[in-house]
Design a binder for this molecule. Structure first.
Ligand SMILES: N[C@@H](CCC(=O)N[C@@H](CS)C(=O)NCC(=O)O)C(=O)O
Length: 371
């Protein structure tokens, strides 16, 4: 359909995993743009990948000229320049800013809930351990039952127990998933995609958690089907969006129905970004935070998320004065002040030359943070 269908190019070489959050997000985008790709696991060549791409994470892309791309958001933005149509960037600057904010929330806040459902619930854990071990662990010369135990323990310890999911926070973590479903359901009531008749960067961002985790893992998928069938339907719609006829445009202003999700984002994601950045500025390795009355303790500080906050602040600062005030009116919450307070709470010094996605990436946890 669109002129950017990449039929004559050789397929992109994507390194990814079939059940990965950010790989699913990138795949949904590549399918929409008609950019053909092949996919392999990077884990058999871990050392080389870490050296070339900076961090061993997925997705990564090896371009024909030998350059590596990493980090799904800058990858997508780079492709928006290379293959502009159909664009996923709303033309209205306020809508575009809010779409980028939703994308960041999808990337960085919903991650904890997605990992919790996958690794805390027995059926989900058993299924996903098998898929991962058979897909990415074949080169490891250890009996399969041991690999299954090790992967489940690594993921549960690293991304659930060490990311603040405890008996005290568990209900709040799960409520965060349901809040995302309610917020999306409200926005999808009058339109096929979050910001109109065509998918935006907000839709692709939310495909990270919603496609491979919440939409596929047994426990959250059951919740999605039963409690938010409009989101269930939307997952398939975004996945198939490239096959649909060119669609009507984006909305010209942020719909009222976005209010529920925006409030949730301010209270959760922006609170976490602020507390994380303050802790980073102090040189701390861990921090505590209270989100919607729920106390989280000993969360790992993330340098990468300091960078995420910098990107959002730069996007807000780049708006015209009128548009910047419109964004403030949409986010009348104390936590949102971190987006426009005069001084940033911290500086990440990551990608200062603006070379992403062609720079050396850093993992979300563990880079440049003292432990
Ligand atoms: N900000 C990165 C995050 C990529 C990421 O963390 N991917 C996960 C899998 S979905 C990963 O590879 N984690 C590394 C690990 O588990 O060792 C992006 O958007 O691409």
């Amino acid at each position: 359909m669109a002129e950017n269908r990449q039929a004559n190019r050789s397929p992109l070489k994507v390194y990814g995993i079939s059940v990965s959050y950010y790989t699913g997000k990138l795949e949904a985008y590549l399918r929409y743009k008609g950019i053909a790709y092949t996919m392999d696991s990077p884990y058999a060549h871990a050392r080389e990948v870490r050296e070339k791409a900076g961090a061993l994470q997925v997705p990564l892309i090896l371009r024909e000229d030998g350059r590596w791309m990493s980090d799904s958001t800058p990858i997508i933005l780079a492709f928006e320049n290379e293959f502009p149509a159909p664009t996923i960037l709303p033309h209205n600057p306020v809508v575009r800013f809010v779409a980028m904010l939703i994308e960041d929330y999808a990337d960085e806040w919903l991650w904890r809930a997605a990992m919790h459902y996958r690794w805390s619930y027995e059926h989900d854990r058993a299924l996903l351990s098998r898929i991962l071990v058979d897909e990415v662990g074949r080169h490891v010369k250890v009996p399969r039952f041991l690999k299954l135990m090790r992967i489940a323990r690594r993921q549960h310890r690293g991304f659930v127990l060490n990311d603040g999911v405890t008996a005290e926070t568990r209900a709040h973590v799960e409520a965060g998933y349901r809040a995302a479903l309610s917020g999306m359901t409200a926005m999808l009531a009058g339109r096929p995609y979050l910001f109109g008749g065509t998918p935006s960067i907000a839709d692709f961002g939310l495909m990270g958690p919603m496609l491979r985790h919440f939409g596929q893992d047994p426990t959250p998928a059951e919740i999605m089907r039963n409690e938010a069938p409009a989101v269930w339907e939307w997952v398939a719609r975004v996945w198939n969006a490239g096959a649909m006829a060119p669609a009507p445009a984006f909305v010209d202003s942020v719909p009222d129905e976005a209010a529920l999700l925006l409030r949730e984002i301010a209270e959760t994601h922006l609170e976490q970004l602020a507390r994380n950045a303050e802790a980073y500025a102090r040189g701390a390795s861990h921090f505590d935070m209270t989100v919607q009355g729920c106390r989280y303790t000993r969360l790992p500080v993330s340098r990468y998320r300091v960078h995420c906050l910098e990107q959002l602040r730069a996007a807000w600062a780049g708006l015209s004065a009128d548009d910047a005030s419109r964004v403030q009116l949409l986010l009348p919450y104390d936590q949102a002040g971190v987006l426009w307070q005069p001084e940033p709470p911290a500086r990440s010094d990551y990608d200062t030359a603006g070379e992403a996605p062609y720079n050396k990436a850093i993992n979300v946890y563990g880079d440049g943070v003292p432990h």
